[in-house]
Design a protein. Structure first.
Ligand code: G3D
Length: 202
């Protein structure tokens, strides 16, 4: 995956139905972040060059009643990236949603993933940002199902204002990706509504 903003569909009509969202995709190295992004962008499985630090892609996805939604996906490796953390902070300031990718077949790294997930969602700038956990590599033998991943990552311990959802998926065949994104979209809309409502009240 390249480091540039790439091909917004050339015929994208900039009409009122156009929406632009900024989603940050995070997870430990090798969780499958880059592969999932390629799957979304190209509708195929591509042997990915692992994320080094961060990558950014702008992709047209049809979510929410097929409205055109241009989503900027920013991909970050977490864990062992101390030098990049200050950068990550400045890039995630206007995040609409967080996608946390885990390798559901790598049970031994779940604790590490849990620590990172909770650390990131606790950051002041991420307070209340909806979280979609993608339990990736469901095609692999022994992959933990979404319900199990949700428990192991202790998602119930997230701040009560943080909407979250866990979906099993596979970058290999694309299963689970669309339903996961639909859910994220729903949560983003819900949060925007709540924020608008609180603003009006002030
Ligand atoms: P990252 O961007 O999170 O670091 P990558 O992870 O997208 O580079 O993926 C890491 C490895 O997992 C890659 O294999 C990739 O092909 C594989 N992978 C990603 N998603 C899936 C999946 O859903 N199913 C299976 N079976 N493999 C997946 P290599 O061998 O190149 O390390």
């Amino acid at each position: 995956m390249g480091n540039q903003l790439t091909d917004i569909a050339p015929n994208t009509p900039f009409l009122p139905s156009f929406q632009s969202l900024h989603v940050v995709v995070i997870g430990l190295d090798s969780a499958g972040k880059t592969s999932l992004l390629y799957r979304l962008k190209l509708q195929e499985f591509v042997e990915a060059i692992p994320t080094k630090g961060f990558n950014m892609e702008r992709i047209k996805v049809n979510i929410g009643n097929s409205k055109t939604t241009i989503t900027t996906f920013q991909v970050w490796d977490v864990g062992g990236q101390e030098k990049l953390r200050p950068l990550w902070k400045s890039y995630t300031r206007r995040t609409d949603g967080l996608v946390f990718v885990v390798d559901a077949a790598e049970v031994e790294r779940m604790e590490e993933a849990k620590v990172e997930l909770h650390r990131i969602t606790r950051l002041a700038e991420n307070q209340g940002v909806p979280v979609l956990v993608l339990a990736n590599k469901q095609d692999r033998d022994g992959a933990m199902p979404a319900t199990e991943v949700e428990k192991v990552l202790a998602l119930h311990e997230l701040n009560s204002s943080t909407l979250h959802h866990t979906e099993g998926c596979s970058a290999l065949d694309g299963q689970g990706l669309q339903p996961g994104l639909e859910k994220l979209y729903e949560m983003i809309l819900k949060r925007k509504k709540v924020l608008r409502h609180t603003k009006k009240k002030r």
